[in-house]
Write a protein that binds this ligand. Structure first.
Ligand code: NAP
Length: 273
């Protein structure tokens, strides 16, 4: 039996559409930080494979809730891995420091700059240390019609305001959760015993948050003006990488896929609203 944890999150909600036979759990149904609950659940439901979409994703709040972030993002995946299941674990571009000039490769050294990034890296390490079959998939700037995300926030704010200031000195690649979910489903059959792989997946192309916001407003035909600002003028608790683009060649060649450009996938997502 296949289990998807974090079933009510953005990615979990999209996977629900693609994997009707899998089990999906929310935090209240299965708290992944509770080791004995995880073991009992896996045994009771004969779970052999887990897609772990459960995570602490509040990047700024994590700076003040470090213990909780590590509990969910590191202990949680460790508890799952220790049960002996095969696991696809979702991680983040925020494990990198952002000082690179070229898209990050899977084997590049991860030097996270925030509590969130460090807790996610600790989760990757726990999975690699304890699961005999593990795929880590790092993604970035995830959005969908579910939960809260940048696309929904900008769309809502642009309906209410004439002008928005958006950071233009952080570069990354938006990822439509539906595209990522399809790739995860395609990875499932390759998840065999003794496999340990890391892959990067985001949509094709790169942009700043400012360019992303401009495209959202344009595709929604909203009259709101978007102004570029620097990160230093938009103080936040967590340090975010200024360049977080990931090289996706490995997954493209492994699965023999083309990845849609982020502007194309944004259109697909906005059509759902
Ligand atoms: N969002 C992004 O921009 C982004 C970027 C890069 C990587 N990622 C990674 O992508 C993955 C999916 O992200 P997402 O945006 O889908 O996250 P999300 O919408 O915040 O969903 C995370 C889910 O985790 C569940 N959860 C929290 N604590 C839990 C616990 N102790 N036990 C079990 N479940 C728990 C929550 O469940 P309840 O709803 O039931 O409370 C929530 O639905 C995460 O690993 C995240 O780190 C996200």
């Amino acid at each position: 039996m296949l289990l998807v944890t974090g079933g009510n999150g953005q990615l979990g909600s999209v996977l629900k559409q693609l994997l009707p036979e899998a089990m999906f759990t929310s935090a209240s149904e299965l708290d992944i930080t509770d080791a004995s609950a995880v073991t009992s659940f896996v045994t009771l439901h004969k779970i052999d494979t887990v897609i772990n979409c459960a995570a602490y994703t509040h990047v700024d709040k994590a700076e003040e809730e470090s213990q909780r972030a590590f509990l969910i993002n590191a202990e949680g995946p460790k508890n799952l891995a220790l049960t002996g299941v095969k696991i696809i674990h979702v991680s983040t571009d925020y494990v990198f420091d952002g000082h690179s000039k070229n898209p990050y490769l899977e084997e590049d050294t991860a030097i996270p700059q925030s509590v969130y990034g460090r807790s996610k890296l600790a989760g990757e390490e726990a999975v690699m240390n304890h699961a005999s079959a593990a795929i880590i998939i790092r993604t970035s700037w995830l959005y969908s019609m579910y939960g809260s995300n940048f696309v929904k926030t900008i769309r809502t704010l642009a309906m209410e305001r004439d002008v928005l200031n958006v950071v233009s000195d952080q570069i990354g690649s938006p990822t439509y959760a539906y595209d990522l979910a399809q790739v995860i489903v395609r990875l499932l059959p390759t998840l065999q015993k003794n496999i340990q792989q890391v892959y990067h997946y985001s949509n094709e192309g790169a942009c700043s948050w400012y360019e992303f916001a401009k495209e959202i407003v344009q595709q929604c035909n909203l009259p709101c003006q978007i102004n570029p600002i620097e990160s230093k003028d938009y103080p936040s608790n967590a340090v975010r990488p200024s360049y977080a683009v990931m090289n996706t060649s490995k997954i493209k060649s492994h699965l023999g896929i083309d990845i849609p450009h982020w502007k194309e996938s944004l259109k697909q997502c906005l059509n759902q609203f």
